[in-house]
Ligand binder design. Structure first.
Ligand code: DX5
Ligand code: ZN
Length: 220
């Protein structure tokens, strides 16, 4: 499966999103990760469909929308209409995960499910065959720039094993505390999509740091 870097716009300069997007396009990135937070499921508030729609107008990057919000079902249509390419919900936020995943797919978008650091992979056992992507949170969601939680590596490896055993084809994505070292460890564990916020957008040279991270995952 192709390995992809998905820089998180959360760490970018919000006074000039277009410039930030151009810098990662120049590096050859294909995905852009969009962190949506509601101040309820997570202790921070970011942005909604309006910003996703604005990004859609300025780029053809794959918009990977990570919903860290309570009651995501209410907003799936709005994020689909805004131009999200993948919509990921948290397992912890929905009562009927199969219904939620089905409703994302009905919009024609790819459907992902995410688990917090303390949520085991086993909670996803009956949904894996229906999803396009599983996002393993390697920090407690809410903020960029946190330290990578090591048990995430075991969860990535478990997912890779189940995918292989059952002949499934969902992508495995990791999010939080990704840097030059942890990206290699996640890649070795079987991860395919790597979200990086601070490691890309807080670097002196955004393009160069994205290229450096992509080189590491493509060596593996
Ligand atoms: C955390 C967000 C992450 C975050 C990653 O709640 O979901 O996407 O922006 O940022 P870094 O790479 O700085 O940990
Ligand atoms: Zn995220």
């Amino acid at each position: 499966m192709k390995k992809l870097l998905a820089p998180s716009i959360l760490s970018a300069d919000f006074s000039n999103l277009q410039q930030s997007v151009r810098a990662i396009e120049l590096a050859g990135c294909e995905w852009l990760h969009c962190d949506v937070m509601d101040g309820h499921f997570v202790p921070n508030i970011t942005f909604g469909p309006l910003v996703v729609a604005a990004l859609k107008r300025i780029t053809s990057l794959h918009l990977d929308v990570h919903l860290m919000i309570s009651e995501p079902d209410k907003y799936i249509r709005a994020f689909a209409d805004a131009g999200s390419d993948t919509i990921t919900v948290h397992q912890e936020t929905v009562n009927h995960l199969h219904r939620t995943i089905t409703s994302i797919k009905e919009t024609g978008r790819q459907a992902g499910v995410s688990i917090n650091p303390s949520t085991p992979v086993s909670t996803l056992e009956n949904i894996l065959e229906y999803v396009d992507l599983v996002l393993v949170m390697s920090v407690n969601p809410g903020f960029g720039g946190q330290k990578f939680i090591n048990t995430s590596l075991r969860k990535i490896a478990q997912l890779a094993e189940v995918r292989n055993r059952d002949g499934l084809n969902f992508q495995i994505e990791v999010d939080g505390g990704i840097d030059r070292d942890t990206i290699r460890q996640c890649s070795d564990a079987g991860c395919d999509v790597f979200v990086a916020g601070n490691a890309v957008f807080k670097a002196d040279n955004i393009t160069a740091s994205a290229i450096e991270l992509m080189n590491i995952i493509n060596q593996n």
